[in-house]
Design a protein around this ligand. Structure first.
Ligand code: 6MZ
Length: 351
């Protein structure tokens, strides 16, 4: 048990400098921003209960994907995306996040004239505006492939990401593979992912988020990806295999772990059963992330605090986790070096 009061603990995790590597833009929209979106589109009749899963509530993963569809109805113009992206970036900065990798699925909305290219340009614009306004955070962007959309769209996203990697001043650094894990098969997306890798895009892939994905994970781990989202069912204790674990360990592929999301989405039965412990005990790189801070009503400080209290980890161990996340990011060496300096300057004498 911690000898600190709840308030002191809270403060420590807010002030802890943090790295967020797994945040879906439309899943990260706060209730304050949802209010502004609802005010812009009252005719949709959308209420907060439809866009967020509150404390103590649980949903099936399928129901979580319905929530994203509701949010997508609210975010369908350039103005919406700009506002949402700026608000999300500022909220992460307010929570002590010093480096953020945002990911989002480019969407075309014929009704409003939005194109996939403008979608990405608008997010890059939001990142640049935050920088100009002096928001204390470094932000990079991953173009997301929704597995539901199949191989052709996946290839289109790779092309889009490649173009932006060359033209965005280093803001676009890679690709995310996400979406409903029960839909489609990674085998069909391999050519697109291989192409992405060969042109220098980093790959952060959702793997084994549900138990039926072992065969797909075997295949995709041979790429190999640069990071793994969730990886809930990779290890043998939950129906994965030693071969999967070996592949992850051999290439030292960091895992992005999102406790609240996994428990609220019911892919993990309770916090103490979270696979964080399995990988942490192996000394494997684990990065604590939020996934969808708006939908799951959390923030990164809360996730750190949750890991510390669930697994009884010291402040020193938690500081170490946050610092090691720098090395798992897709930032260039110069940025990593600067972040290391920030961590060194902010480290309290006594933890
Ligand atoms: C898989 C997820 C996800 O892209 O519109 N997404 N994919 N597993 C999850 N676990 C809960 N959470 C979010 O943000 C919303 C989209 O991110 C993906 C889904 O494709 C969702 O539609 P963007 O910004």
């Amino acid at each position: 048990m911690s000898e600190w009061s709840h308030g002191e603990e809270n403060n420590f995790y807010r002030q802890l400098p943090k790295v967020e590597l797994h945040a879906h833009l439309n899943g990260s929209v706060s209730s304050e921003t949802i209010d502004k979106l609802i005010a812009r589109k009252p005719h949709l009749n959308i209420q907060h209960s439809m866009t967020a899963i509150r404390s103590g509530q649980r949903r099936t993963l399928d129901e979580c994907f319905q929530v994203f569809k509701v949010i997508h109805q609210l975010v369908d113009t350039e103005e919406d995306i700009l506002m949402v992206a700026k608000d999300v970036i500022k909220e992460f900065a307010d929570d002590g996040v010093k480096y953020l990798e945002l990911r989002s699925t480019p969407r075309a909305e014929p009704k409003t004239g939005l194109t996939k290219k403008r979608y990405v340009e608008t997010i890059i614009g939001a990142i640049q505006q935050c920088k100009q306004e002096g928001v204390d955070i470094e932000v990079r962007f991953l173009v997301a492939i929704d597995r539901r959309n199949g191989s052709e769209v996946a290839m289109e996203m790779v092309k889009l990401a490649e173009d932006f990697m060359l033209s965005s001043d280093g803001v676009v650094v890679g690709l995310d593979l996400s979406g409903d894990p029960t839909v489609g098969h990674g085998r069909d997306l391999l050519p697109a992912l291989q192409k992405a890798k060969s042109c220098g895009l980093k790959l952060a892939l959702h793997l084994s988020e549900v138990s039926s994905q072992a065969e797909e994970s075997e295949l995709l781990l041979d790429l190999p990806p640069d990071r793994i989202g969730h990886g809930t069912f990779l290890h043998p204790e939950v129906g994965g295999t030693c071969s999967l674990v070996e592949k992850v360990r051999k290439n030292n592929i960091p895992l992005e772990l999102c406790l609240t999301s996994n428990v609220k989405g019911q892919t993990v039965p309770s916090y103490d059963k979270h696979h964080f412990l399995y990988w942490y005990n192996l000394g494997h790189p684990c990065v604590i992330c939020t996934d969808d801070k708006g939908v799951f009503c959390t923030d990164l400080s809360q996730e750190y605090q949750l890991v510390a209290s669930t697994f009884d980890l010291s402040r020193e161990a938690m500081w170490d986790l946050s610092q090691k996340a720098i090395g798992c990011s897709f930032a260039p060496q110069s940025v990593k070096k600067r972040l290391e300096q920030t961590w060194a300057e902010l480290r309290p004498q006594v933890l």
